[in-house]
Design a protein around this ligand. Sequence first.
Ligand code: FE
Length: 329
Amino acid sequence: MSKLSLLIAGLLAAQAAAAAELTVYSARNEQLIKPLFDAYTKETGVAIKFHTDKEGPLLARLKAEGKNTPADLLITVDAGNLWQAAQEGLLAKTDSPALKADVPEHLRDPQGQWYGLSVRARTIYFNPELVKAGELSSYEALADDKWKGKLCLRSSKKVYNQSLVAMMIAEAGEAKAEQVVKGWVANLAAPPFPDDTKLLEAIGAGQCAVGIANTYYYGRLAEKTPGLKVQTFWPNQDGQGVHVNIAGAGLTAHGKHPEEARKFLEWMASAQGQSLFADGNLEYPVNPTVKPAAAVAAWGGFKSNLINVAKAGELQTAAVKLMDRAGYK
Ligand code: FE
C-alpha cells in the first residue's frame, strides 16, 4: 500500500470510529435507558454516552450549548415536553419510512421532529371497597355531584395533567373542558397530590374513592404492595377512548451524527428495541407488532384516544390558564 492510500485508509477508519458514538440527553432515568443502550452497543458497536436530568434543565442545557452541543438525541416523557423542545428549535426533522411504519400516526409529531417510543395511559383508578366499576364511565363524569368529597387528583403543575386537560380541550372545546375541571375541583377529597404514587396510595387507604393516574405508577405500586386496594378502570370506552401519552425522542437540531442517530431512533421503535424501551417502566410499546409485558397486559385491553398527542403541546398554555381559572391548584 502506498503512503497515500495508508493515509486515506487511516482517515476513513478515524471517521468511522468518530461516527460510531452517540450522545443522548435523557429525562428518562439511567436505570431505564442503560439496558437499552447496552443492547444497541452490543448489536452495532455504536457506543452511547448519555446525560440524564429533568426536562427543564436538559432543554436549558441544549439551548445554551446551541451549535456546540454534543447531544445527538433527546429522550423525554410527555408529548407536551417534546412539543416544547421542537417549538424552541432544539429538534431536527427526521424523515424515516421505518419510523412512520413502526410508530402510529397519533403518537408522533406531524412534522417529524419527535416520535413516541412508549405509551402510558392516564386512566381512572378506584378503591373497590368504596366504588363499583359500574358506577364509573368517563373522565367527564367525575365532575358529577355524586363524587363530591371522593375524587383525588395530582397537582395541575405537572405536565401530565396539563396534557390531559389539553387533550380534553382538543376533544370537546374549552367551555366544556372548563366545566369538567371546575366539577373535579368541587369534588376533591383532598388537596391535589404532589405525585401519582401518593394519590394511588390515598385511594388504597380509602382517603379517596377514585382518582386519575398514569398506568406505570399503578404497576410499580401494585408490584410492591400485595393486596393493594386499587383497581384500574378504562374510561370513555363508548366515546373517544382513554387518554394516552408517550415517552419519546427526537434528533437534536445540532447533532453531529444525524445518520447514526436516526438509525438508533429507528432501532428503538423496531421490534428489537421496543420491549427494552417499554417494559422496564411497565409501559406499552408504540409498535403495534410488539406485545406489552405480561404484568401490563394483565390490566386488560382498552380503546385509546386517537387524537394526535401533539395537541397536548399546542394547547398546553390554554390548559394551564383553564386550570387556573377553575381553581385547580
Ligand atoms: Fe412519570
